[in-house]
Design a protein around this ligand. Sequence first.
Ligand code: HEM
Length: 522
Amino acid sequence: MDKSMFQIVQQETLGENVGLFLVIMFSIFLVATLHTRFSRKSRCLPPGPWPWPIVGNLLMLGEHPHVTLTRWAEKYGPLMHLQLGSINTVVASSPTMAKEFLKTQDHVFQYRPSSFAFKILTKNLSMGVISGHALQHIRKICTNELFTFKRIQSFQPMRTKEIRETIKDIYKETNEGKAVDLTLKLSSMSTNHMTQMLFRKRYCGIGSDNEKTQWFKETIDAIHYWYGAFIISDYIPYLKWVTKLRGIDTSLQALRNQISNFVTKIMDEHRTTPSTPNSNIEDVPKDFVDVLFTMPQEDGIGHLTDDTIQGVIMDMLTAGIDTSTVTLEWVMAELLQHPDIMKCAQAELDNIVGTNRLVEESDIQNLPYLQAILKENYRIHPLGPFLIPHCSIEPSQVQGYNLPPNTRVLVNTWAMGRDPNTWEKPLQFDPNRFMQHHDIDVHGQHFELLPFGTGKRACPGRPLAVIFVQIVLARLLQSFDWSIPNMEQEPIDMSETFGLSLKKAKSLCVVAHPRLQAHFYD
Ligand code: HEM
């Protein structure tokens, strides 16, 4: 059927309009692309992959951004610029660059970028949000009060008991012929260890209420999820309405209320029944909440506010549990893959401690191979691939480049641990490298190995974490030989899940074979 004149005119006009529209859009796109791409040079920014308009390099990062950034570092060098939406980001991928940001210019890059989720969940009270004198004050309390050698020692009986319970539990399951979900056991033990130090409560295992355990674990997991979640308005702020439309703020607020009510209840309980700080009663040391109640405010007048104490408790709950679990899970997975290394560690234990008593924290200094295994694990499986992001608040200069205010800094410790310029055969799990270079420690003095960061933002829980992880590993290796069911048919899945921390994607299910006499498992 012939088209009417009107239809033809209408179609052609429409066609013309569409054509015009596409030409305009294409021109805008071209100008935006050229502007974004060439502005890096004119602004004197470090080299990096070309960004797209609006999203920058966001969509190029893929499912495993740490792997992508490691590949890019080979092309663009150890100081690289990315445009993540509207956020200028630099990535440091060598010890020299890490030193520049975390030592030489630590004062400039000591800040933390805040995120939509972080702001709501922490009510801006977390150490990860505060800065200046307030931060210094809290960190001083951590160093001088919470994580002192004496305080950590005061919890040694509790720690020993908690580890003993876990070993006993594994022994029981082993005797029943079961494979053990080691990830779950480690997570329960780390949770109990931390919550008892914080406020004298156990949430997992014998004597705990299943419903509460479930609630506690789910709540902490949900917080971790949101801390690591990708929220588009963190990078493209004018898309905040999308975040709100998806109801993310409502979910976060509900979660915030839950955790806030929980912490308030704990604090109220402590006000009525503080722990007995009697040094003769080793089993009842003063817990962190009680210590925090006695701490002065920044100006020395009055005590810390409830809000500040809440912030610290939240930080410890979210930073103090998963971290040890993830570390221990990776190291056990590596040892299962390298039975010869596991045997060497057990030989060292048998040699130094023997099999007629249990290894103690005081033995660790005499176990260099065990320490080397942990260093090797930190090198190849850093907890967070980029530490926790740092940022500046003022314009700065690094290596002759101009960085605008609010530049985000990612220190790619994952790339640094695998850099052939620093490490021989970097992909090989070989603790012997740290037997030869035993002077390299994990305390932030050696920029090639920074499992706890360094400088003003270094992990405040390091003294506790180091002891806990060492003694748990020592006890696991002394108590059992470990293997994987069907190892030949199904090798261990070593894949990672990207998030705030790099977790093992799959739980570690293992078979344990007791090595000691039965009474050591009571
Ligand atoms: C093996 C265990 C642990 C590892 C590998 C680890 C590692 C780290 C790393 C890499 C950072 C970031 C440093 C930076 O951005 O420069 C950090 C920060 C932090 N860690 Fe740990 N950590 C562990 C255990 C703990 C424990 C047990 C606690 C407390 C009980 C804790 C509390 C914190 C806090 C509060 C921060 C934030 C500090 C700030 O922003 O100023 N961590 N940790």
